[in-house]
Design a protein around this ligand. Sequence first.
Ligand SMILES: Nc1nc2c(ncn2[C@@H]2O[C@H](COP(=O)(O)OP(=O)(O)OP(=O)(O)O)[C@@H](O)[C@H]2O)c(=O)[nH]1
Ligand SMILES: [Mg+2]
Length: 418
Amino acid sequence: MLSETRQQATHDVVAVLPGRADDMARLGILLGHDEPIVTVIGKYNHGKSRLLNELIGQEAFSVADKRETVKLADRVHQGVRWLDAPGLDADVGTEDDRHATHAAWLHADIRLFVHAGKEGELDAKELALLAELLEDSERTRRQTLFVLTQVDQLASESELQKVIGAITAQFPRIALNAVSSARHRKGVDEGKKLFIEKSGIPQLHSELDGALGRVPAARTYETSLLFTEVRDELAQLIREREASLEASRSLQRQQRKAFDQGLANVIKKVGSDIEVMLEGLGEDFASIPDTAKDAYASTAGKRERAYIQIAYSRGCIEIDSFLAGHGVIGLPSEQETAARALNTVMIAVMGVSVKFRKDLRRMFCTQAGREKLQGDFTRYYEISSDRKELAVRISETESSIDALQKASTSLNALEVMA
Ligand SMILES: Nc1nc2c(ncn2[C@@H]2O[C@H](COP(=O)(O)OP(=O)(O)OP(=O)(O)O)[C@@H](O)[C@H]2O)c(=O)[nH]1
Ligand SMILES: [Mg+2]
């Protein structure tokens, strides 16, 4: 049940906060309540695997004079899970190595940062890594112990002090545990207490015991830290998206209101202009047919039709310029025809021409006509590109808020269970 809830929460949170993938994975490990996990981190051949073997007193991990450990290996010993990891060497490392290193990083409660004494001071990569580890320790309270290995390979005590001095100068914030696995082995195999004592392994053991004792409290701290950080980040994002949603919706309402009012005014004005014009026209000659001899003459019928067309065009121009001011210009692409000149909202709504007074009146001077125009233009307004973009933005923001809320609910469910 916990594992399902955990999977659900991880899925939902990572879907909206991909940068939290590691934190959610770590949370899953913490909620597993397994034994404390100790791992080694350092460059290859610095003696990591052999150190772990000496610490647990078993040949658990393979040791060699070459790049040896390439994937994670673990061994539970006396209530602690020991995790051997590959050396960190980007130049020789593979993708599998990086996976293993990443997994070790996620799993470990205690990291033994391993550096061989004979290598002298830390190189740039090690410095960066150590800084990262210490930063992480500060944030999560996971612990890092610095282990200076293979110190038997240094010629003298003063050589050792030189190396310790150099590393301390590079990194004053960390205590060095100098050890020699070889010396420890010799001491154990030959029953020589002094070798064991001088190997540094018993001292490292007691450092580790102290650190292991702090793991439960550190895990509690880290668990609550991760829940809090993720919860706060989700809440913050929800607040931001809700504010932006409200702003977009209010813009959408304002634009629509301005459009509705403006369009009604224009249609009304065009209607009354037409009314005035028609009243001044007198008798209607529109239906008197022209004969062949009238082809080039100005007839009453032609004049009438011209007046109507002009009035109609004027109205169209006024409405058109209003529409253009609100971003209603071309037709939506699915509605376009081959004749580009006809691809305007004006023509789609009004047709190409009007010949008779009754048509003009019906369109502009009746309540029903005006409502129809208002409705038709509004429909095109809502599918004009700016309006559509705004609508899409709103619905995307809505779904992103839904997803954030879902993540937040799943995370809460997990926290209640934990
Ligand atoms: N003299 C001496 N040699 C050591 C000591 N610790 C390890 N070595 C040797 O150093 C070599 C590398 O040791 P490993 O423990 O395999 O090193 P590693 O860091 O695990 O290397 P990778 O798994 O390749 O990352 C082996 O030949 C070890 O026997 C030590 O304390 N003293
Ligand atoms: Mg190894």
